[in-house]
Design a protein around this ligand. Structure first.
Ligand SMILES: Nc1ncnc2c1ncn2[C@@H]1O[C@H](COP(=O)(O)OP(=O)(O)O)[C@@H](O)[C@H]1O
Ligand SMILES: [Mg+2]
Length: 275
């Protein structure tokens, strides 16, 4: 198993009015061509961890980061590599899909135009390739010039995936990418992720235990900024090592969870309630 990405002793503190250590000495590995799900109650540091993986914190002040993140063997903090290149290699797909104010075609071609020097024919080919990869080509090939914003949210989320893939990242970060979608759209995005993980390293935050079971190869469980357990998905759900994991798994995802729906339940415990 090759490690595509890993954190080493990563500690992240928000140093605003109220100082919050959102991640505490977290060392975790993400394997190549696997999907790793990050789970845990609200406020436990999931988004903070994900943002650290492509240095997304640098767009806001008052964040202290110590430790390191390695892409392969290369550090992404202590490096001379330009930030846009790091962000190209580690793509980020947000929770709420948003189209650039461009056509469907140009939403996908956007990054290709920035990062490369392709002829029109090459661009056409690549746009088709990435729309096919996210199972959107059949639905939009007759209206590539229409605004991206015209698509349904489910289609839009797949368009965002295509846009991220077009710049050929090594890793794809997906922050609850199905939670804003209706169940049918969520299912189509899940199907797409299932196919993509054969070819890409994917790190996904989810609130749904069932989604983690359906999609993940590995599960990382955070609690109050600490890494509690990171394990193979079957081991994680069937033979959890930590009491905390057992409690979390049994407290959520059993009672009344509807397999056919991706309606996200808020976790019973939030950091705010515990602190
Ligand atoms: N920009 C910020 N400034 C200050 N505190 C923050 C900021 N972002 C997150 N936090 C705090 O850090 C902790 C972890 O947040 P977050 O990573 O968003 O958790 P999760 O994604 O698991 O819900 C929480 O206590 C949250 O309130
Ligand atoms: Mg979050």
């Amino acid at each position: 198993m090759t490690t595509a990405l890993k954190t080493e002793n990563l500690t992240i503190t928000y140093t605003g009015k109220r100082e919050v250590t959102a991640l505490n000495d977290v060392s975790v590995e993400f394997n190549e061509n696997e999907l790793t799900a990050i789970i845990g109650p609200s406020g436990c540091g999931k988004s903070t961890l994900m943002k650290s993986l492509n240095r997304l914190h640098e767009i806001q002040p008052n964040v202290d980061i110590s430790g390191e993140v390695y892409l392969g063997t290369q550090p992404i903090y202590a490096t001379d590599e330009p930030l846009p290149e790091i962000r190209r290699r580690v793509g980020y797909v947000p929770q709420k899909p948003t189209a650039l104010p461009l056509s469907i075609y140009n939403n996908v071609a956007y990054g290709l135009k920035i990062h490369g020097n392709h002829s029109k024919a090459e661009l056409d080919k690549l746009v088709k390739k990435y729309l096919q990869k996210v199972n959107l080509w059949e639905e939009v090939n007759d209206r590539l010039d229409a605004p991206g914003a015209e698509l349904s949210t489910g289609q839009l989320q797949r368009l965002c995936l295509a846009r991220s893939l077009a710049v050929e990242p090594d890793v794809l970060l997906c922050d609850e990418v199905t939670s804003a979608l209706d169940p049918i759209s969520a299912e189509s995005v899940e199907e797409t992720l299932k196919e993509l993980k054969e070819e890409y390293t994917i790190v996904m935050i989810t609130h749904s235990m069932n989604q983690a079971k359906r999609l993940a190869d590995k599960v990382v469980f955070l609690y109050l900024g600490n890494l509690v357990e990171a394990n193979d998905v079957n081991q994680f759900f069937e033979k959890p090592e930590s009491e905390r994991t057992k409690q979390f798994i049994s407290g959520q995802g059993v009672v009344g969870e509807d397999e056919s729906s991706d309606e996200e339940k808020q976790p019973a415990t939030t950091a705010a309630q515990v602190l």
